[in-house]
Design a protein. Structure first.
Length: 280
């Protein structure tokens, strides 16, 4: 029950912050957005329709079509998100501020608030509705990846908004969308973003012992064989925080400056000792 209440509180807070990003910074400065909210903003410019009402109608239709692509909890949280986002868009409709001399500042803060809002919703296990649902439909019927689908939808909506808000404002909108995407990544991964490091060295035991004692980290030893020489090798594998990467590199260089090291970003990790992956 505590987790449920916490998640609903996150969705509510995220919905409010998202609505403020749109109504306080984006709309007063005639910026748009990607996805369904972008269509909502454009219809507001054209017909002065309430963003909250249009957002609710469009997302409800899409959710009714694409609900089967999400699990029950995600659907419930998405419904809550759509209702609260639409409500907050409606009640905060007249509170915006126009920044006449610095549209870039408006774009940055619009992206910041939208990113924080959506990030909180994603962390709670919900989705923003619209674009995510369309991307799942594109994945099902066109074979696109979800990421590719969302990117294309955002580009199409922003490109279409050029005829309403002009080329310059559309370019500022791209900045806002980019900032929002980066903030969402940070909200989901946080400061605990991890990397996987694979180490091929002639001194695996020395590196293993040094990392274990100096960093208090365990490594996994993998058995490998050289493709050209055919000789057996021991490979070291470790998942660490990005902040620890500098120390690990220093240890490796001190013990074997000819070691072969590859570093990969880890987008999710599941298992004992790690946080559960977030639903986005």
């Amino acid at each position: 029950m505590k987790k449920l209440l916490r998640d609903i509180a996150l969705v509510a807070l995220g919905s409010l912050i998202f609505a403020l990003g749109i109504n306080y910074f984006a709309i007063p400065n005639r910026l748009s957005e990607g996805g369904i909210i972008g269509i909502t903003v454009v219809t507001h410019y054209l017909f002065e329709w309430s963003p909250g009402i249009v957002n609710f109608i469009l997302n409800s239709i899409l959710l009714a079509i694409g609900y089967r692509f999400f699990d029950k909890q995600t659907v419930i949280y998405t419904v809550i998100s759509i209702v609260l986002t639409s409500l907050f868009l409606h009640v905060t409709e007249q509170i915006g501020v126009q920044i006449n001399d610095d549209t870039l500042l408006a774009a940055l803060f619009a992206g910041l608030l939208v990113g924080i809002g959506l990030g909180l919703i994603f962390r709670a296990g919900g989705t923003s509705g619209g674009s995510a649902i369309l991307a799942r439909l594109a994945n099902e019927y066109l074979g696109w990846s979800v990421g590719k689908g969302m990117l294309i939808i955002d580009i199409v909506v922003i490109a279409g908004s050029i005829f309403i808000i002009g080329q310059e404002k559309a370019m500022y909108t791209l900045i806002a969308v980019y900032v929002g995407a980066k903030v969402i990544d940070f909200m989901i991964e946080g400061l605990d973003e991890r990397v996987a490091v694979l180490i091929i060295s002639e001194k695996p035991n020395e590196i293993l012992q040094k990392v274990t004692t100096a960093m208090s980290r365990g490594l996994t030893v993998l058995e490998g064989r050289g493709g050209y020489t055919g000789s057996n090798k021991e490979l070291l594998y470790i998942v660490i925080n990005k902040q620890e990467l500098v120390q690990l590199k220093k240890i490796i260089c001190e013990l074997d400056d000819h070691a072969y090291v590859t570093v990969h970003n880890v987008h999710e990790f599941i298992g004992k000792g790690y946080k559960a992956s977030q639903v986005s």
